[in-house]
Design a protein around this ligand. Structure first.
Ligand code: NI
Length: 184
Protein backbone atom coordinates (compact mmCIF):
# COMPACT_ATOMS: atom_id res chain seq x y z
CA UNK A 1 0.00 0.00 0.00
CA UNK A 2 1.27 3.43 -0.90
CA UNK A 3 1.27 5.79 2.10
CA UNK A 4 1.18 9.58 1.98
CA UNK A 5 4.58 11.18 2.61
CA UNK A 6 4.70 13.76 5.38
CA UNK A 7 6.06 17.06 4.16
CA UNK A 8 8.18 19.78 5.83
CA UNK A 9 6.27 21.42 8.65
CA UNK A 10 4.84 18.18 10.00
CA UNK A 11 5.94 17.94 13.66
CA UNK A 12 6.75 14.21 13.37
CA UNK A 13 9.71 15.15 11.13
CA UNK A 14 11.27 17.07 14.02
CA UNK A 15 10.81 14.46 16.73
CA UNK A 16 13.41 11.99 17.96
CA UNK A 17 12.21 8.56 16.87
CA UNK A 18 12.14 5.60 19.27
CA UNK A 19 13.78 2.20 18.96
CA UNK A 20 11.31 -0.65 18.42
CA UNK A 21 11.12 -4.28 19.54
CA UNK A 22 10.31 -7.35 17.37
CA UNK A 23 6.72 -7.32 18.63
CA UNK A 24 6.01 -3.90 17.08
CA UNK A 25 2.53 -4.40 15.60
CA UNK A 26 2.36 -4.89 11.84
CA UNK A 27 6.08 -4.40 11.25
CA UNK A 28 6.29 -6.65 8.16
CA UNK A 29 3.39 -4.82 6.54
CA UNK A 30 4.85 -1.44 7.42
CA UNK A 31 8.20 -2.37 5.83
CA UNK A 32 6.38 -3.53 2.66
CA UNK A 33 4.36 -0.32 2.57
CA UNK A 34 7.49 1.79 3.05
CA UNK A 35 9.19 0.07 0.09
CA UNK A 36 6.05 0.54 -2.05
CA UNK A 37 5.83 4.21 -1.04
CA UNK A 38 9.51 4.90 -1.69
CA UNK A 39 9.45 3.14 -5.06
CA UNK A 40 6.32 5.00 -6.16
CA UNK A 41 7.87 8.34 -5.16
CA UNK A 42 11.15 7.39 -6.88
CA UNK A 43 13.23 7.87 -3.75
CA UNK A 44 16.30 5.90 -2.71
CA UNK A 45 15.56 6.07 1.01
CA UNK A 46 12.60 6.54 3.31
CA UNK A 47 12.46 6.86 7.10
CA UNK A 48 9.39 5.96 9.17
CA UNK A 49 8.81 9.57 10.39
CA UNK A 50 8.25 10.44 6.72
CA UNK A 51 5.14 8.27 6.82
CA UNK A 52 4.11 9.73 10.18
CA UNK A 53 5.62 7.18 12.57
CA UNK A 54 8.20 8.29 15.17
CA UNK A 55 10.06 4.95 15.16
CA UNK A 56 13.56 3.97 14.04
CA UNK A 57 12.87 2.14 10.78
CA UNK A 58 14.47 3.05 7.43
CA UNK A 59 14.32 1.46 3.99
CA UNK A 60 16.94 2.05 1.30
CA UNK A 61 16.98 0.96 -2.35
CA UNK A 62 20.14 1.74 -4.32
CA UNK A 63 19.46 -0.67 -7.20
CA UNK A 64 18.75 2.33 -9.43
CA UNK A 65 22.51 3.10 -9.34
CA UNK A 66 23.53 -0.45 -10.33
CA UNK A 67 24.56 0.59 -13.86
CA UNK A 68 27.26 2.97 -12.60
CA UNK A 69 28.00 1.15 -9.33
CA UNK A 70 27.63 -2.64 -9.71
CA UNK A 71 27.92 -3.19 -5.94
CA UNK A 72 24.41 -1.71 -5.61
CA UNK A 73 22.80 -4.34 -7.86
CA UNK A 74 19.77 -5.61 -5.95
CA UNK A 75 20.64 -3.40 -2.94
CA UNK A 76 17.40 -3.19 -0.95
CA UNK A 77 17.77 -2.98 2.79
CA UNK A 78 15.82 -2.37 5.96
CA UNK A 79 17.55 -0.73 8.90
CA UNK A 80 15.92 -1.16 12.29
CA UNK A 81 17.04 0.93 15.28
CA UNK A 82 20.03 2.40 13.47
CA UNK A 83 22.43 4.66 15.33
CA UNK A 84 25.53 6.36 13.99
CA UNK A 85 28.34 5.71 16.46
CA UNK A 86 30.92 7.94 14.81
CA UNK A 87 31.60 9.79 11.59
CA UNK A 88 35.03 10.56 10.20
CA UNK A 89 36.91 10.45 6.94
CA UNK A 90 36.93 13.40 4.62
CA UNK A 91 34.07 15.78 4.10
CA UNK A 92 32.44 15.61 0.68
CA UNK A 93 29.75 17.79 -0.81
CA UNK A 94 26.90 16.46 -2.93
CA UNK A 95 23.46 17.64 -3.97
CA UNK A 96 20.65 16.05 -1.95
CA UNK A 97 16.92 16.00 -2.20
CA UNK A 98 14.29 14.61 0.15
CA UNK A 99 10.78 13.26 -0.41
CA UNK A 100 9.65 15.45 2.49
CA UNK A 101 11.07 18.56 0.77
CA UNK A 102 9.66 18.28 -2.75
CA UNK A 103 11.22 20.71 -5.22
CA UNK A 104 14.26 21.51 -3.09
CA UNK A 105 17.78 20.30 -3.85
CA UNK A 106 20.91 21.64 -2.16
CA UNK A 107 24.57 20.74 -1.77
CA UNK A 108 25.22 19.12 1.61
CA UNK A 109 28.60 18.40 3.20
CA UNK A 110 28.94 15.09 4.99
CA UNK A 111 31.70 12.82 6.27
CA UNK A 112 32.40 9.98 3.89
CA UNK A 113 32.90 7.27 6.51
CA UNK A 114 30.67 6.29 9.41
CA UNK A 115 30.45 3.54 11.97
CA UNK A 116 26.87 2.45 12.38
CA UNK A 117 24.93 -0.01 14.51
CA UNK A 118 21.59 -1.34 13.34
CA UNK A 119 19.42 -4.44 13.09
CA UNK A 120 17.99 -6.08 10.01
CA UNK A 121 14.34 -7.10 9.63
CA UNK A 122 15.07 -10.24 11.66
CA UNK A 123 16.52 -8.14 14.50
CA UNK A 124 20.05 -9.43 13.90
CA UNK A 125 22.49 -6.75 15.07
CA UNK A 126 25.23 -5.32 12.86
CA UNK A 127 28.14 -3.02 13.71
CA UNK A 128 29.75 -1.81 10.48
CA UNK A 129 31.98 0.82 8.99
CA UNK A 130 30.34 2.23 5.85
CA UNK A 131 32.04 4.43 3.27
CA UNK A 132 31.13 6.38 0.16
CA UNK A 133 27.66 6.98 -1.21
CA UNK A 134 25.91 4.60 1.16
CA UNK A 135 27.44 6.47 4.09
CA UNK A 136 25.82 9.64 2.75
CA UNK A 137 22.44 8.00 2.24
CA UNK A 138 22.55 6.53 5.74
CA UNK A 139 23.41 9.90 7.30
CA UNK A 140 20.54 11.56 5.44
CA UNK A 141 18.02 8.85 6.38
CA UNK A 142 19.16 8.29 9.97
CA UNK A 143 19.06 12.07 10.51
CA UNK A 144 15.30 11.80 9.96
CA UNK A 145 15.19 9.60 13.08
CA UNK A 146 16.78 12.40 15.09
CA UNK A 147 14.44 15.08 13.82
CA UNK A 148 16.94 16.50 11.34
CA UNK A 149 16.61 17.35 7.65
CA UNK A 150 19.30 18.21 5.09
CA UNK A 151 18.28 21.88 4.97
CA UNK A 152 19.60 22.17 8.55
CA UNK A 153 23.12 21.99 7.13
CA UNK A 154 22.95 24.63 4.41
CA UNK A 155 24.32 28.14 4.76
CA UNK A 156 22.14 31.03 6.00
CA UNK A 157 22.41 32.51 2.52
CA UNK A 158 21.15 29.36 0.79
CA UNK A 159 18.43 29.06 3.41
CA UNK A 160 17.32 32.59 2.60
CA UNK A 161 17.23 31.66 -1.08
CA UNK A 162 14.87 28.71 -0.50
CA UNK A 163 12.71 30.46 2.08
CA UNK A 164 9.95 31.02 -0.43
CA UNK A 165 9.86 27.34 -1.33
CA UNK A 166 9.80 26.32 2.33
CA UNK A 167 6.97 28.73 3.06
CA UNK A 168 5.03 27.32 0.11
CA UNK A 169 5.42 23.82 1.58
CA UNK A 170 4.20 25.12 4.96
CA UNK A 171 1.12 26.45 3.21
CA UNK A 172 0.53 23.08 1.61
CA UNK A 173 1.54 24.12 -1.88
CA UNK A 174 3.33 21.15 -3.35
CA UNK A 175 3.50 19.93 -6.89
CA UNK A 176 4.92 16.45 -6.75
CA UNK A 177 3.65 13.29 -8.40
CA UNK A 178 3.27 11.34 -5.17
CA UNK A 179 0.73 11.55 -2.38
CA UNK A 180 1.72 13.89 0.46
CA UNK A 181 0.42 14.91 3.84
CA UNK A 182 0.87 18.64 4.34
CA UNK A 183 0.31 20.79 7.40
CA UNK A 184 -3.19 22.12 7.53
NI1 NI B 1 14.92 12.72 3.38
Amino acid sequence: MILPIYVYGQPVLRRTAEDITPDYPGLDGLIRDMFDTMLHAEGVGLAAPQVGLPIRVVVVDLDVYADEQPEFKGFRKVYINPHIIEADGKETSMEEGCLSLPGIREDVKRKDRIRVKYMDENFVTYDQVIEGYLARVMQHEFDHLDGKMFIDYISPLRRQMIKGKLNALLKGNTSCHYKVKVVK
